[in-house]
Design a protein around this ligand. Sequence first.
Ligand code: NAD
Length: 507
Amino acid sequence: MREVLEQLGLSLSNHGIYSDGAWHQGGGEEVISFNPATEEPLGGVSTGTAQDVSQVVEAAHRRFLHWRMVPPPVRGEAVRCLGQRLRELKKPLGMLVTLESGKILSEGLGEVQEMIDMCDFAVGLSRQLYGLTIASERPQHRMFEQWHPLGVVGVITAFNFPVAVWAWNAALAVVCGDPVVWKPSTLSPLCAVAVMKICQQIERELDCPGVFHLCVGSGQQVGEPLVEHPRVALISATGSCRMGLQVAQCAAKRLARTLLELGGNNAVILTPHANLDLALRAVVFAAVGTAGQRCTTLRRLIVHESVWDRFVPRLVEAYQSIRIGDPWEPGVLMGPLISAQAVEQMQSALQQAQAQGGRVLWGGEVLSRPGHFVRPALVEADPQMSIVAEETFAPILYLIPYQRLEQAIEIHNSVPQGLSSAIFTDNLQEAELFLSAQGSDCGIANVNVGTSGAEIGGAFGGEKLTGGGREAGSDAWRAYMRRQTCTINWGRQLPLAQGVQFPLPAQ
Ligand code: NAD
């Protein structure tokens, strides 16, 4: 463990503020990061205050005034170097993700791969920040749209993707011309410090200090001052719906732009035409992977009553075979929850589910060993149960029977969140209905693919209480730039739009 930390330049006590190419202590208290699999301390990180946030943001803004004029492909070079360094450090950084967040090593490494993929994508994009040419209604006029850098981007991230979500934002923001100020979760601060040490090397090599910044601290101490700061042009916040509502209200006071990636309550519909073997593998990965701590985790399985008896016993059997344990160990498929509080929340949700008429079919127990380990739970439920509409950030899968597909879609869309969704069917009409405007109301809708494990090439995000933001691929880059519509008159007349006449009296 120590070796991994040392390889990434971490010590037992680390500075949590990085700005203008240098590390600072900050005025807040030290936060200790714990390994959720052993409850052992991994190291400490100092935190910032509102005053630190202000200094960091001002430094980022000073860099912005220069960085916005650097040609985008040259800005892309910083991201190319970042991707290269991440390739070299994939193993130790992936191991640190596992140590700090408790996800299994394959997922820890996958998270770093996602950062690398995102860097590759953004480097290509640095030559493709295309605007439009628009036909003008006026003679000898040319109209076009162009995209300019926006300003400082504040990135607030959750514990469960301690490095990838920053990369989704930072890789795009930096090629778009925006310095980034990162406020990570205090549950995974070492990952953030390790990433920023890599950024420091790149800033030195390319002589561009001030592009990447970090300010570790709580939501109240650091998050809120970041959202309130008038120099922060875009707040990209990932976390619970509760946090998103607070951030949105705070940002609205100054009409700041927000990009919100919030909680999900994702469902799969299993129809009579589903390939059950395929569905079983997808359902177990989506519900149990990352110990149920993904925003895209499968939380509701809506099963046609004609396949219930063939599918549910197989699902219980598959759950029984899941190896739970140290996420470093090969063969382990489920690690711990992030904290004792997360275990309590899972237990409370299970009690509420039972009180509301749900029936636990399997699992849910807390394991008596060090670390925050639980068994994943399967609960037969009714969609009317209020707990089913909530996102409990733990591996609880509610199983809900249905009779008609229209009814299944209604149940599917009946929750306040709208992130990821899927249908398992080999029937074209069923699949197309699910993908149609009267089908899934989520930002992500899949056919014969589970709800979790999205590729970076698509725009990622969800509707309703999930916040409406889109990150990563496709045209998500536009959120990090400002659009300017330009008209050039290259003639000698001044024709007005819509044929308006405005003759001045002869002079
Ligand atoms: P959380 O809401 O507790 O914290 C997320 C981040 O927000 C942390 O950095 C926290 O310090 C900060 N924060 C909290 N209150 C704040 C405030 N008032 N102002 C500014 N910052 C504030 O979430 P968590 O427990 O770390 O992560 C789990 C949640 O994140 C789940 O709901 C999950 O679905 C969601 N999530 C969503 C996505 C997505 O892309 N949609 C991805 C990952 C996680």
